[in-house]
Design a protein around this ligand. Sequence first.
Ligand code: IPE
Ligand code: IPE
Ligand code: MG
Length: 224
Amino acid sequence: MNHIKHVAIIMDGNGRWGIKHKNSRNLGHKEGIKTVEKIIKSTIKNKIKYLTLYAFSTENWKRPKKEINFLFNLLEIFLTSKISEFNKQKIRLKIIGKKNFSNKINNLLNKSEKKTFNNKRLQINLALNYGSKNEIINAFNLILKNNIKITEQSIKNSLFTKNIPDPDLLIRTGNTKRLSNFLLWQLAYSEIFFVKKLWPDFNEKDYNKILVKFKKTKRNFGNI
Ligand code: IPE
Ligand code: IPE
Ligand code: MG
């Protein structure tokens, strides 16, 4: 049976869920938060050490300003109300992606990361303004600046995910089969699960089914 250290999730389908239910994409984003909470609980129950959640991509800036503002407002409310509870539950929060938001959001993110830094039960990597191509360019520039050799190890150590094991599995909800610029380097050998359900409809049962299936998968890593 495969052991699970790290699950990565592309939480897709909020907008369509909101349109379907109340003709409002933003309603879907709000509802999606409930799924985030359920999945965090379930991840802890399953004793998984790392959970990486794709919340906002470098390409998501193309969206209407109103939707972007709503999303960051939601993030602010979520973090402000949850960070103490995260801390109590020994959850560490780490942001992956470039923090170039408003001062208010940047400060909140830094504060949340600092407060939970020593927690060891579960590390949540929140991908915000995250793009894998941007991450790789950033890594190469760091390597150049430090005048070190390009090796698998030096690249690994220069990514936002430095010191985090690669995801064992990737889940994408929302009935779309693409990576959308998420963890292109880190997913090289991950098992990928595409789910038809929209993110707000995804639940613990769906999640556990995937985890069980993953555990039984034969992973070759090029071997036989
Ligand atoms: C994913 O849901 C959440 C974010 C990108 C912030 P979407 O907003 O992409 O939902 P759909 O894919 O349009 O339904
Ligand atoms: C990927 O979803 C990004 C997040 C879930 C945050 P998108 O909805 O942005 O992906 P595309 O544009 O359909 O590929
Ligand atoms: Mg989408």
